[in-house]
Structures are given as C-alpha cells and as structure tokens.
Design a protein around this ligand. Structure first.
Ligand code: HEM
Length: 568
C-alpha cells in the first residue's frame, strides 16, 4: 500500500514511462551485460519507492517496494508482449502461433522434451515454409533460401551460439583439409582395429552405441589433443559421456534464452554438467598447449604450430576450440554411426545389399582403413546419406542472426524474405529432409533413392527393393498396387535440401573427416561381424529409436542393443 502522503498517480506514471524507456533500450541494444540489466530492472523502481515512502520514514516498506517493482516490471512485460504482437514488429507479416510471438519461453516449453525437430516440422506443416517460431526468430523450410541465408553472401552465425570464432575458421580449415586428414589415418587405423577387437571380446548383446561413443572419443582425443583417452580399454571412468549428453542438453536450452544463461552463469554450480563439460575441455586443451605437439594433431594447426612465423592465437580462443572439437568431433560422428546400424538392422534388405558391397571391396584380409575404395562404394554412401537424412546428428543446426546494428533489414532470396536487424533464422536440416516435396516417402529409409537420383539405378529396381513403400492411392482407384508411372511422376529428390552438415562458409568443417570415419567404421564392423537384433524382438522395437531420438543441438540417441556374431 502506498502511504497517504504519496502522489500515487504521478509515481505510477513515472514508473510506466521508465518501463517503456527501458523496453526501448532492451529492444534496440539487446544487451547481455549484467550490470546494464541490473540497472534497468532494479534501479528505477528503487528510486520510485523512495518517493512513495511514508513521510518521515527512513526506508520504504516492503509493500511500497512490492508496489513499485510490480508496477514497473508489469508495465515492462506488457509493453514487450504488446510490441511483439503488434503490426509494428518487423516480423509481424510472418505466420506462426501467437504464443511463439510473445516469448522464447514458449519455444523452450515446447522443446524441453528434446523433440524440437518434430515441433518445427509440425509448425511448418501448419504455417508454411517461413514460420515465426519466436519473437525475433524465423524458421525456414524452403531449399531455394538455403544458399541466400547460409551461403557466402548470407547471414553470419548467431553470436549467442558461438561455434568457431570467425577469424579462427582458417586454422580449422587447415587442420581438417585433405592433406591433414592423411596425417590422421594412422590414428584412425589403430583405433578402428581396437574397436573391432573389443567388440569381438563381448559376449551376448552389446550396447553398440556405447562402444561407438568410446571409439569416437578415443579417436577424437588422439586426433585433437595427441592422446589422453582410453575409453575402449578402461571404460568411461570420468563419466565423460554423461557430461557430454547432459551438458549439451543444458547448453541447448540456455542457448534459446541467452539472458537466462547469463544469470545462471553467476550462480555457482547452476550450470552443473555444462560447466563440468566446459572445464574438462579446457583442461584437456591447457595440457595439450603446455605439452606442445608430438604429432601433427588438430592443435598443431589450431595453435599455428604449422605456421612458424605466426604468433599463437589468444588462449581463450584455443580453449573454446578445444571444447568445440571435443563435442563436435565425437558426439556427432558417434550419433551418425549408431543411426546407420539402427537403420541397417531395421531394414534387412538394405543390410544385405551393403554387406554384398563391403564383401566385394573388403573381403577377409583386406585392410578396411585403405580408403581408396570409398569413392566406388556407392551403396555405402547412399546408406550414409539416407541415415543422415532421417537422423541428422544436428537436427536443427545452429541459427544465423542479422546483426543488431545492421543499418537496414537484409533481403534474401528470390522470394525476398525481409529480415530485420536482430532476427534469428533457423534452417533446420531435419525439417527440410522430411519434406515430401524434397524427398518422396520422407519418413522411409530408402537408400536406393540416392542411386536413382544419380542415374545409377533404374527406378523400377529401386522400387522393387522397397515393397513396403506405396504412394497414396490415386483418387478413383481401388487398387493398392503402386504403378511405376505413379512413382516416376512423384519421385522427388532435391539434393539442395540435404544439409546434415549445413551449408556455406560456416558449415561443418569436419565433414570430410566424419564421412571417412563413418565409412571406415561401418566397413570394419560389417567385414568382421554379422550384426543381428537381440533375440527378444519385443525389446528390439523398430520405432523406439525414432521415438527416443532427441534434439539437443547434437542429437541424443537411445541405446542400441545388438548381437555381433563373428563371421570367421
Ligand atoms: C556426422 C558427423 C557430423 C555432422 C552431421 C556435423 C554437423 C555439423 C553441423 C550441422 C554444424 C553447424 C554448421 C552451421 O551452423 O552451419 C557443424 C559445425 C561444426 N562441426 Fe560438425 N558435424 C559432424 C562431425 C564433425 C567432426 C568430426 C568435426 C571435427 C572436429 C566437426 C567440427 C565442426 C566444427 C568445428 C563446427 C563449427 C564450424 C563453424 O562454426 O565454423 N564436425 N557440424
């Protein structure tokens, strides 16, 4: 309650005007500085409360403080929401659910279950190819806009989700160029042979994803830091994978509401596994920098050790690079390889076709790490492409953002998408991959589609390999048969829309390495083992993988139980 001495109408008016001013400052500068936030949110009501205090009293009462703060913050919140809903907002013209317009909290609530990719897909199915998914956030499903948004003349990466700090990208490019990859081949060879050996020692059903995780982490540690991990030998002693999974999940949610992340950063222990993950990556990096290079690992390039005349980059960039390499270099590839095995086990004809190809190129005794056959292994490539289409390891990838201080809106693509300063844009791979206009039978695993599209397999043969696929019955037809002519007419395959590694100058720098790793591991396992579903068919339910596949920037996948029978 206000004291009788106060002029409450004047105080309310002053508080409201200050709140409206604060909104304009937040809107224009989107600052993430804690002192600025504290000043704008706390100081005006504190000053006002001194004006409303009872005459002669030293300090305002609790009720006077509550009155001032609720009035101020209430007006601020209402002003923000009304502006976001109003025709004055620069994204007003784009369709989307009303709650999405008001706050990113709605988005977080819808995606906290890890199903962001399915949520975005459903929004696009309802609202079209460009949807307003947040107050200042658009999601785009039009393949013709991929180049204009992500390409060289497009929009740069959202700085709240910093991956590679842009000037550092050149060093990453050097460290993952074809010549550098050759230098990592011996590491790949040692680790792949070790994987086959440990898998051969397991009895009964194995959780394949766990072993692929161990392999990926050991390989990444050798390749990035020159060593330091022996998970295949000793197990995950430091609980690294729990840290990676949980840390990625927390980082994903905080990335959507950056101010929340800033506040939590000041509360000791609030980031939990995310902080542990960051700290672990930094420690690994510090040890590696202190040790110097014993081999040409990735840090040999990131630390400019390959450029003798060049000074090393600042330590803070190297620490960020170390954390990024640790997660991006192991979790994504492990996810992709695990998904390949899920798809093969769920589709025995595809497994049989791939086994034939592996046996042709890598019969017993042939070194699976000899990568010279990869180019000719077209079915293997089709299986990997198809797996990455259905289960992209980064299902929504990272957004782009028009800079806040851009002098004018950016206009992109033939459809002249107008993006105001500050707009975030998602181009989610999962959504593009599962659009029937880009890929016919979008939810089906059908590797043959890639061969048909490349002119390497007749459509009729590809169709015969997948008898369960059928197009909707033509109106008036009573037949359930799929006629070749129907499919010919309906066959959609737009490779522009296949973007598991994203697109453009800030795309995945590790693409070539990841493809090499996936090919080698799949060939190595198929050469040595026959992978079968564990006896209990009920437990091995095909739909479970899809249901439990979750999007936390990097996909979180369910355990994959497999029995590996030795082939010789
Ligand atoms: C199947 C495996 C992989 C997939 C599907 C994948 C996918 C992606 C995607 C979608 C992005 C975001 C790109 C964008 O925002 O445009 C990305 C970024 C990145 N990836 Fe990968 N990735 C994989 C493996 C790897 C590997 C093995 C490395 C090696 C260390 C790596 C290193 C990176 C880095 C450093 C970035 C940040 C690039 C930048 O910001 O300039 N990735 N990846």
């Amino acid at each position: 309650m206000l004291s009788p001495s106060s002029d409450s109408a004047a105080v309310v008016a002053a508080l409201s005007i200050s709140a409206l001013l604060a909104h304009q400052i937040f809107r224009k500068y989107e600052t993430s500085s804690l002192p600025v936030h504290a000043f704008l949110l706390l100081v005006p009501p504190a000053i006002a409360s001194h004006h409303v205090k009872s005459a002669g009293a030293g300090w305002p009462t609790i009720s006077e403080l509550v009155f001032c703060y609720t009035t101020y913050l209430g007006v601020l919140a209402v002003s923000v929401v009304l502006y976001r809903l109003s025709p004055f907002h620069p994204l007003h013209q784009y369709p989307g659910p009303i709650w999405c317009r008001t706050s990113m909290l709605w988005h977080v609530m819808q995606t906290i279950n890890g199903k962001q990719m399915e949520y975005l897909r459903s929004l696009h199915d309802t609202y079209g190819d460009v949807v307003r998914v947040g107050p200042n956030h658009l999601s785009v499903r039009d393949p013709s806009l991929i180049g204009p948004i992500l390409g060289p003349a497009g929009i740069s990466k959202c700085l709240q989700v910093p991956l590679v700090y842009p000037p550092r990208r050149r060093a990453w490019n050097r460290g993952l160029a074809p010549s550098a990859l050759k230098g990592y081949d011996h590491i790949m060879s040692n680790r792949v042979h070790q994987l086959v050996e440990v898998l051969g020692q397991q009895e009964g059903a194995v959780v394949l994803g766990k072993w692929i995780n161990y392999f990926a982490y050991d390989f990444m540690s050798d390749m990035v830091f020159g060593g330091g991990s022996e998970q295949m030998r000793d197990g995950d002693k430091g609980d690294i994978w729990a840290m990676v999974d949980k840390g990625a999940e927390i980082g994903f949610h905080l990335g959507q509401i950056p101010w929340l992340g800033i506040y939590l950063g000041y509360i000791p222990g609030a980031g939990g596994p995310l902080n542990l993950l960051l700290e672990h990556g930094r420690q690994q990096t510090k040890k590696r920098i202190a040790r110097g290079s014993s081999t040409r690992d990735l840090f040999y390039y990131l630390n400019n050790e390959d450029l003798p005349g060049e000074a090393p980059p600042p330590e803070r960039h190297l620490l960020d690079d170390g954390v990024l390499a640790m997660v991006a270099g192991s979790d994504t590839t492990s996810s992709a390889i695990t998904s390949v095995f899920h798809c093969l086990l769920a589709h025995p004809p595809a497994y049989a076709a791939l086994q034939d190809e592996v046996d042709r190129f890598y019969p017993r005794g042939e070194d699976v790490c000899d990568v010279t056959h990869h180019r000719e292994m077209r079915y293997l490539t089709a299986v990997i492409n198809e797996t990455l289409r259905l289960f992209p390891p980064a299902p929504t990838s990272s957004p782009r953002q028009v800079p806040h201080d851009a002098p004018a809106p950016v206009v992109v693509g033939a459809r002249s998408l107008v993006l105001a300063p500050g707009t975030h844009v998602y181009v989610p791979p999962y959504v593009l991959h599962r659009d029937a206009r880009n890929f016919v039978f979008p939810d089906a695993f059908w590797p043959e589609r890639w061969l048909v599209a490349a002119g390497r397999m007749p459509l009729a043969l590809a169709r015969a390999r997948a008898p369960s696929l059928s197009l909707p019955r033509p109106s008036g037809s009573t037949s359930t048969a799929m006629y070749a002519a129907d499919l010919e007419a309906e066959f959609a395959h737009d490779e522009r829309a296949s973007v598991p590694f994203s697109h453009g100058p800030a795309n995945c720098v590790g693409r070539a390495l990841a493809m090499r790793q996936m090919r080698v591991v799949v060939c190595a396992v198929l050469q040595r083992f026959r992978a079968v579903r564990p006896g209990d068919e009920e437990r091995w339910e095909v739909g479970r993988y899809e249901r439990e596949f979750r999007d936390y920037l990097v996909a979180n996948r369910p355990e994959l139980g497999v029995v590996l029978e030795k082939r010789w």
